[in-house]
Design a protein around this ligand. Structure first.
Ligand code: GLU
Length: 506
């Protein structure tokens, strides 16, 4: 194969996800196999949710895993810019081109109209929601709407009949009736592109030859293929990789699983073990080998050996593999350096020491005070977490709300934690000192006393603190699926007292 060019296109909207590493890895392996180029493109068209910090964290997380790119926003390259927010004019131009060619149209539907259409199609059990009512307006009608100043979006005019057929290099032939495909919005009323338009335009302009991405995008592929056709471009090959699933067989989600790359780094996993583990998720080596280097898999990489269905992400297996790496892949003389680089840097130790200063009788107390920081599994129990009559169910719900509250904040500081904890206390009618503080001490440190709680939260960092909250919730019996939805509603309405009244009576 000549001039193979592949890419990952993450959106910087949260902590870098283990799935991003998984995709990067397979793209790199494919690129190495064919002497190709691996590109990192940042898809930050969701202006509300995209943040520069998250982008920076993607770079850091992938670099830590040794997953390096040849072209990208930070290193540049011949087809830049590689950040979509710097390419808005390009998308607009392309949307206009489709309008001119009659492959797209202006849609003036109001929010109320769209809501109504959604209701109707739901009632009829239809897959697509939009009823195409603005697809065939006359020039005059369009002009009249525009003269009224009515906002519009630009939609793709997908075929009304027949099937979209394509050969996925992993899944085989995929057939989708066009009737099941919506007239996708390409350009929003504010002039910003949707994922679909920006993604296709960029893949074409960046000369991507193979799109290797997660299974969840397979249903978008017909729209993408139609866009290629409408532009008159040759589409790339598509390889949809099996999804990462939790032990419950459902797609990995941050609600139930550890999805943050930073969580794994901070918990002391080795980057080489994580990469090896992630390749096992989507691929089987010919000799059923499980312990191998990236070079080994890249050498004879064969797309026919990629799995077709979801792969179970089993953390126990990852721990086992990690141990194999600690035993077999680290020279004894390098071991302490690796441990030190992981968790004992001066900057961190200085912060921890400072927090312990007024709590040590001798330096002999230091390790005990901050051991919580270096261990993965804290000793938890309902008795520890629920003090002064706090009910396990209430505690679990309060912790879930703490997660939501923290997710709403970009600022990850001790002050913002404290504010969240206080707000939740008030909303739940809990006693801050007697119930909330012990609950959080238990959750974060596995004990009822220690260095200043909220500072410890801050130093621990979001992914690890989040993981500890999830673990404490699990210990408390969790929040059932049914209650989760009710709780979420109550949280958004900030009406939690009645949530418990209702529950008590139900
Ligand atoms: N921006 C998409 C994501 O966040 C990219 C999907 C694709 O690879 O086309 O995963």
């Amino acid at each position: 194969m000549e001039n193979v060019r592949v890419r990952i296109a993450p959106s910087p909207t949260g902590d870098p996800h283990i799935g991003t590493a998984y995709m990067a890895l397979f793209n790199i392996i494919f690129a190495r196999r064919h002497n190709g180029t691996f590109i990192l493109r940042i898809e930050d068209t969701d202006q509300k949710r995209s943040l520069p910090e998250y982008e920076e964290n993607i770079f850091k997380a992938l670099n830590w895993l040794g997953l390096h790119w040849e072209e990208g926003p930070d290193v540049g390259g011949p087809y830049g810019p590689y950040r979509q927010s710097e390419r808005y004019d390009i998308y607009k131009e392309h949307a206009m081109l489709l309008l001119k060619r009659g492959k797209a149209y202006k849609c003036f539907a109001t929010a109320e109209e769209l809501e109504e259409m959604r209701e109707v199609s739901k009632a009829m059990g239809k897959v697509s929601g939009y009823d195409r009512r603005y697809r065939n307006l006359s020039e005059e009608e369009i002009k009249a709407f525009e003269a009224e100043g009515r906002p519009y979006v630009i939609r793709l005019k997908v075929p009304l009949t027949g099937n979209c057929e394509f050969e996925d290099k992993v899944k085989g032939k995929i057939v989708t009736p066009w009737a099941d495909v919506d007239d996708q919005v390409l350009l929003k009323s504010d002039g910003f592109p949707t994922y679909h338009l920006a993604n296709v335009v960029d893949d074409h302009l960046m000369k991507i030859t193979h799109v290797i991405r997660g299974d969840e995008w397979i249903s978008s592929t017909p729209k993408h293929l139609y866009l290629y056709e409408a532009f008159g471009w040759q589409p790339p090959e598509f390889l949809h990789m099996p999804l990462l699933l939790g032990l419950d067989g459902k797609k990995l989600s941050k609600r139930r699983n550890h999805t943050s790359i930073e969580y794994y780094r901070a918990s002391g996993y080795l980057p080489e073990a994580i990469c090896n583990f992630l390749t096992l998720m989507g691929y089987s080596m010919p000799n059923e080998k499980e312990f191998y280097s990236r070079e080994e898999i890249a050498k004879d990489f064969d797309v026919n050996r990629i799995g077709k269905s979801g792969a179970i992400f089993d953390e126990k297996k990852l721990s086992w593999l990690n141990q194999q790496y600690i035993i077999n892949a680290i020279e004894p003389k390098d071991l302490w350096k690796r441990i030190k680089d992981w968790g004992f840097q001066d900057e961190l130790m200085e912060k921890l020491a400072f927090l312990c200063q007024t709590r040590m009788r001798t330096f002999g107390d230091f390790m005990e005070l901050c051991s919580f920081f270096f261990v993965n599994d804290l000793p938890l129990s309902t008795e520890l977490l629920c003090q002064k009559g706090l009910l396990p169910e209430q505690a679990a719900a309060a912790l879930q709300c703490l997660i939501w509250s923290l997710d709403e904040k970009v600022d990850w500081s001790s002050a913002s934690f404290e504010a969240s904890a206080k707000e939740i206390c008030e909303l739940f009618g809990l006693n801050f000192k007697k119930q909330m503080i012990p609950l959080l001490f238990g959750t974060i440190m596995g004990k009822l006393q220690g260095p200043p709680l909220f500072d410890c939260f801050e130093i621990l960092g979001k992914p690890r603190a989040r993981a500890r909250i999830l673990r404490a919730m699990e210990c408390l019996g969790g929040v059932s699926n049914k209650k989760y939805q009710k709780l979420e509603k109550a949280w958004h309405a900030r009406d939690l007292k009645s949530f418990f009244d209702q529950n008590a009576s139900s």
